[in-house]
Write a protein of this length. Structure first.
Length: 120
């Protein structure tokens, strides 16, 4: 994990309440996103420090969508909808655009790394 990812996760954890709640879940989803996509960590870290950009503020956006999707007396949002809302709220790129694929032809393995294909 990069230093920026670690810093972003620490910033998220600093805003998470101790008990499980909707705001806590927003933090968990953002941490999963940062772990999966290192490229968004810097953007998220900067946004979390801004006024009106807290986890609680993001949760309000998700709660509003849940009220729109109300089924009976329960508001619902799928994980994909929540991620879309979080990406929009924090100005994060779409999932597929966040990390370019590594070009294996240009990949240089670290010193000491074995190339198992050489044994086949």
């Amino acid at each position: 994990m990069t230093e920026t990812q670690t810093a972003a996760i620490a910033a998220i954890e600093a805003q998470q309440p101790k008990e499980r709640s909707a705001v806590w879940m927003v933090g968990e989803q953002l941490k999963d996103m940062v772990r999966a996509e290192p490229g968004i960590a810097e953007l998220l870290l900067a946004d979390l420090a801004g006024k009106g950009m807290t986890l609680a503020d993001a949760e309000k956006q998700i709660a509003a969508k849940a009220r729109e999707n109300k089924v009976g007396s329960v508001g619902v949002v799928t994980p994909a909808e929540a991620e879309e809302i979080l990406r929009s709220f924090y100005g994060l790129p779409p999932r597929d655009a966040a990390e370019p694929e590594r070009d294996e032809a240009k990949f240089t393995p670290p010193e000491g790394m074995l190339d198992l294909s050489a044994f086949l």
